[in-house]
Ligand binder design. Structure first.
Ligand SMILES: Nc1ncnc2c1ncn2[C@@H]1O[C@H](COP(=O)(O)OP(=O)(O)OP(=O)(O)O)[C@@H](O)[C@H]1O
Ligand SMILES: [Mg+2]
Length: 256
C-alpha cells in the first residue's frame, strides 16, 4: 500500500500594504524609535536590517498591536492600525524566541489559535495543521512530538507553521535565523522567500543577519539608533556610503 503525502496548501492571499509615518516610541528612558517612515507594498518581502538593540523588535511589535506609538501612526491597507481595527486584518508574527508552548505537542501548538477560538472542527484543524507542517517541510510524525524534542531549526519551522495557520495577509518574522547554524539558516531563508512568493502575503523580516537580508529581500531598510538610514534594493544598500552601513557590512571577525 502506498501513502500519499499531505499536499502543501499554499493558500494564496491578498497581501496587505503597510505605511509607517513618523513613528516614535519611548519607554521610561531615551526614545527607542526616533521617527520612522516606511512604506511596504502589498506582497513585498521587505527586510529591516540593523545592529542589535537598534529597536527592530520594538518596531515590529507595533505592527501586531503589542506596542502603541508614542507619536506617529501605522496604517495597514490604508487604515489606521489600532485596537479597534486590528481584527480586520489577518496578521501573524514569528517571534524571536519562537514562543512555542512546551507543554503542548507540535500539532497542538500549530493548531492552537484555531482550537482556542473554536474556529474550526477538530478534524479540520488536524488537516490544516498537516498542511502547514508540510508547507514548512516537516514530516507529519513531528506533530506528536513536544518542542523540547526538536532541533532549533525544526522549532523555527514549527513557529512558522503556527504563524501560517490563519493564512495571514501580513507575516512578521523577528530574527528567523537567530541561533541556527549557517546551513539551516540558509534553508529557513529560502523557505521564507518561497512562502512569500507562494502565498502573496506581505512579509516583513527584521534581522541583523546580513546574509539573510541580502539573500531574500525585495527591498531592505537599514536601521540604526532608532532611525532608518537608508531604504533600497539589496544592491542600493550594498553600495550605500553611510559610514554606519559600511561598518555594519564590513564587520568581520579578525584575530587580534
Ligand atoms: N518594554 C521595554 N521597556 C523598556 N525598554 C525596552 C522595552 N523593550 C525594548 N526596550 C529597549 O529598546 C531598545 C531596542 O530593543 P529591541 O529589542 O527592539 O532591539 P533589537 O534591534 O530587536 O535588537 P536584537 O537585534 O538584539 O534583537 C533596547 O535598548 C531595549 O532595552
Ligand atoms: Mg530583536
Amino acid at each position: 500500500m502506498t501513502t500519499t503525502p499531505a499536499s502543501p496548501d499554499p493558500a494564496v492571499v491578498t497581501g496587505l500594504p503597510v505605511t509607517i509615518r513618523d513613528l516614535h516610541k519611548s519607554f521610561s528612558g531615551p526614545e527607542v524609535l526616533r521617527g520612522l517612515d516606511l512604506s511596504i507594498a502589498a506582497g513585498e518581502l521587505f527586510v529591516l536590517m540593523g545592529p542589535s538593540g537598534c529597536g527592530k523588535s520594538v518596531f515590529l511589535r507595533h505592527l501586531i498591536g503589542l506596542e502603541t506609538p508614542t507619536q506617529g501612526e501605522v496604517r495597514i491597507d490604508g487604515e489606521p492600525f489600532g485596537e479597534d481595527t486590528r481584527a480586520r486584518f489577518r496578521l501573524a508574527m514569528v517571534f524571536q524566541s519562537g514562543g512555542l508552548l512546551n507543554s503542548l505537542t507540535v500539532a497542538e501548538n500549530v493548531g492552537l489559535y484555531l482550537s482556542e477560538h473554536r474556529l474550526r472542527k477538530p478534524g479540520e484543524i488536524a488537516r490544516l495543521v498537516a498542511d502547514k507542517l508540510a508547507l514548512v517541510q516537516l514530516d507529519p510524525a513531528v506533530g506528536s512530538k513536544y518542542p523540547t524534542e526538536l532541533s532549533g531549526g525544526m522549532r523555527k519551522r514549527v513557529a512558522i507553521a503556527r504563524a501560517l495557520i490563519t493564512e495571514p495577509q501580513l507575516v512578521l518574522f523577528d530574527e528567523p535565523t537567530s541561533e541556527l547554524d549557517p546551513i539551516v539558516a540558509l534553508t529557513i531563508g529560502r523557505e521564507i522567500h518561497e512562502l512569500n512568493r507562494l502565498t502573496g502575503a506581505t512579509t516583513l523580516v527584521v534581522t541583523h543577519d546580513r546574509d539573510l537580508a541580502f539573500g531574500i529581500a525585495d527591498r531592505i531598510a537599514f536601521m540604526a539608533e532608532g532611525r532608518i538610514l537608508a531604504i533600497g534594493t539589496p544592491e542600493d544598500i550594498r553600495s550605500n556610503p553611510h559610514p554606519l552601513i559600511r561598518a555594519f557590512l564590513a564587520a568581520d571577525f579578525k584575530p587580534a
